[in-house]
Design a binder for this molecule. Structure first.
Ligand code: C5P
Length: 222
């Protein structure tokens, strides 16, 4: 038996990597598996919420009862989030969004011309989806609760605390252990205005269920 601690809530989750095209057949991505975000979507649904999941390119099946929207690039992800955010009361950003995209995506496959000349790529910064949502009026007046994630290689508490403030979110969750990408297990550090607490090493679904409980507890007090 699981209590329906998120009954009546609408949860929007981003998960997975983004893929930034260089040309029609090549692109830049990262090693995010999407497992943490998919587990959170599943746990939120189990807890009684309506759940929409905006997923970058991942190889995972959709949790039962969850509305999934597949996207590729950061700009696609931002557009999908914009479409679903008005219905949401909780936003959980787990996606590993690419910081940069290729400035001039070639319309045709970039050819190796045999001269040894190398292609030059230049980049532009992608929008920060979470920071944008956290600045919206509904987030500021408490109608939308935003949760961010952080993957850091060192000084997690210091960086997670700073990131929480920079992004303007009430709850920032740090991945403990530098390399959680692709793994089934993780440990989480929760940082909010009250301080910090650890969810010890466990599989990602167990952690997702605990995190959902922590989010529900905070919703009651905001
Ligand atoms: O700044 P950094 O990428 O470390 O922040 C991570 C958090 O911000 C995650 O919650 C991630 O989903 C979110 N993010 C985002 N859009 C970006 C970059 C990060 O929503 N362009």
């Amino acid at each position: 038996f699981q209590p329906k601690v998120l009954a009546g809530q609408h949860v929007l989750v981003t998960a997975g990597p983004t893929y930034e095209a260089m040309d029609p057949v090549r692109g830049i991505t990262n090693l995010s598996s999407g497992k943490m975000g998919f587990s959170i979507a599943r746990a939120a649904r189990e807890a009684g919420a309506e759940v929409a999941l905006v997923a970058g390119p991942v190889h995972l099946s959709t949790p039962r009862g969850v509305q999934r929207v597949d996207v590729r690039s950061a700009l696609d992800m931002q557009a999908a989030v914009a479409k679903h955010i008005d219905a949401a009361s909780v936003f959980v950003a787990t996606a590993a969004v690419a910081d940069w995209r290729v400035a001039d995506v070639a319309g045709q496959k970039i050819k190796k011309d045999g001269s040894g000349q190398l292609p030059q790529l230049s980049f532009v910064e992608n929008p920060d989806i979470l920071a944008g949502v956290a600045q919206s009026a509904r987030a500021k007046n408490g109608a939308l609760y935003c949760v961010g994630f952080a993957a850091e290689s060192h000084d997690l508490l210091k960086h997670a605390t700073a990131k929480r403030e920079r992004k303007g979110v009430p709850l920032l969750v740090g991945n403990i252990g530098p390399a959680t990408f692709g793994l089934d297990d993780n440990a989480l550090l929760l940082v909010d205005a009250q301080g910090h607490q650890e969810l010890p090493h466990a599989n990602k679904l167990t952690l997702a269920r605990q995190l959902v409980g922590e989010i529900a507890r905070r919703l009651k007090t905001v």
